[in-house]
Design a protein around this ligand. Structure first.
Ligand code: CA
Ligand code: CA
Length: 197
């Protein structure tokens, strides 16, 4: 139709998605301007093609501290022994300690941070230590026993696999549901440091 004698009233388009170029349908509502008579409304079917749409993706920065559950956390993907990891965390400013996992939510967050957000699944040091080879671990900085645990059952962790006292440290396997294993403190693993403020 000739829309020169019309006045555009409104435009209705289908919702635009971000799945790439595609055809959208919509309607333009015109009001025909005719002197001396009542305006009539006409609907025009139109087609437009969306060539591209932009999506904004926010990038998670794995090199900075992140706040969760009242504490701050920093991932460091360098492999160190347990003692060197403790020294590394303590050397940060403000000083931190190796992550202590006191709940399922804590363990899920460790997996989310390392595996999901930073795409670096693996075994990460936990700050527990088995002083008397009893299989009961104490959080070194909190000085509390690890009441929440997530031991990997099929191999009977904690199992001191090469003899009593051979595995006095713990790691959480963040790519595998965050299950825990006791391992020798002298092997090297990456670490997540934690601080309270
Ligand atoms: Ca052990
Ligand atoms: Ca073990």
């Amino acid at each position: 139709m000739n829309t020169h004698s019309c006045q555009l009233l409104s435009v209705h388009m289908d919702a635009v998605s971000d799945t790439g170029p595609q055809t959208y349908h919509g309607w333009l509502y015109y009001e025909r301007k005719i002197d001396g008579t009542m305006p009539t409304t006409t609907t025009v079917d139109v087609e437009t093609t969306v060539l591209s749409t932009e999506t904004t993706q926010t990038t998670f920065d794995c090199s900075i501290w992140h706040y969760r559950f009242g504490h701050w956390y920093l991932l460091d993907s360098n492999y160190r022994t347990f003692n060197d990891s403790r020294t590394f965390c303590a050397s940060l400013s403000p000083p931190a300690y190796v992550i202590e996992v006191q709940s399922q939510a804590d363990n899920d967050w460790l997996s989310e941070l390392t595996s999901t957000l930073c795409e670096a699944p693996g075994e990460y040091w936990l700050n527990g230590y088995d002083t008397d080879n009893s299989g009961t671990f104490t959080w070194i900085d909190s000085q509390t026993p690890s009441t929440y645990t997530n031991w990997y059952q099929p191999t009977g962790e904690p199992n001191d696999s090469t003899g009593p006292g051979s595995e006095k440290c713990i790691a959480s396997s963040t790519g595998y549901m965050g299950v825990w294993v006791d391992i020798p403190c002298t092997v090297t693993r990456p670490v997540v440091c934690e601080r309270n403020f």
